[in-house]
Design a binder for this molecule. Structure first.
Ligand code: 6GU
Length: 245
């Protein structure tokens, strides 16, 4: 997968190149990340990329010309969809991550200041994505979030191929609890079922904990999701247990 990012702060993306799972993915040939700085596409001595908004008000707006020229340069090498990161976009979820991770190439445009001149959005942007209902100072961290989410799904990047499909959300449920050694940590014991090696029983226990957590913490996820017969039965059984207490 080829990713090109248009940003006034290309240095921020070194964090992805230097750390963890994104470093592993980018060191392989399967993924490439390049940054383009609109400041390199300005014409004036001060390399100006922003200007005051028409109509007045606080803040500055990213000017169209440097962005258009920067996008033209990116387009020499990348014909994938151009995604603008902004709080006005559709909210990122695992379904969108999976859709985008399946594409061979993507271009991200990161806004700063109050945003980008609307004419760039209208003429060059294919899609607008937000990572949640809060305001960042720019699109860079949002792009980095999306890139990490996608890169960890690429074949051979995670420790085991199973890890990604067993994630919280890929199944539409929250994750179950995890334990490692020691068996007794400061008086807190690992649930006995996990020590027994009965994989059918362990699978049932994990699904139960996922259902229980999802219902108490994120009931909205359960309402949107179709439940299998087994899941429906387990939830009903959990209800009965709780009513008995
Ligand atoms: Cl994509 N950009 C900014 N500036 N703030 C955000 C965001 C994006 N997603 C959530 N908040």
């Amino acid at each position: 997968m080829r990713i090109d990012v248009i940003t006034l702060f290309p240095g921020m993306f070194d964090v992805l190149r230097e750390n963890g799972i994104t470093r592993i993915a980018l060191e392989r040939e399967s993924a490439g990340l390049s940054c383009y700085n609109p400041r390199d596409f300005t014409g004036d001595r001060h390399r100006t990329v922003d200007d005051r908004p028409y109509g007045g008000g606080p803040g500055m707006v990213m000017m169209p010309e440097p962005l258009d020229r920067c996008i033209d340069a990116v387009r020499q090498a990348n014909s994938g969809p151009l995604i603008y990161l902004s709080p006005q976009g559709e909210t990122l979820d695992q379904r969108l991550v999976e859709e985008l991770a399946g594409l061979p190439s993507l271009v991200f445009l990161c806004g700063r200041y109050e945003g980008v001149d609307e004419r760039i959005l209208v003429s060059r942007v294919d899609r607008e994505v937000s990572i949640g209902d809060y305001v960042l100072a720019g699109g860079e961290l949002a792009a980095m979030v999306l890139i990490e989410c996608m890169l960890r799904l690429l074949p051979g990047v995670l420790g085991s191929a199973e890890s990604a499909t067993q994630d919280s959300f890929s199944a539409g449920l929250l994750d179950h609890p995890h334990y490692t050694r020691p068996e007794d940590y400061r008086g807190m014991r690992v649930p006995g079922v996990l020590l027994g090696g009965n994989h059918a029983e362990i699978g049932r226990w994990r699904l139960n904990r996922s259902l229980e957590r999802t219902r108490t913490r994120r009931p909205d996820l359960l309402e949107r999701r179709m439940l299998s017969e087994v899941e429906q039965q387990l939830l009903t059984a959990l209800d009965t247990e709780q009513n008995d207490e």
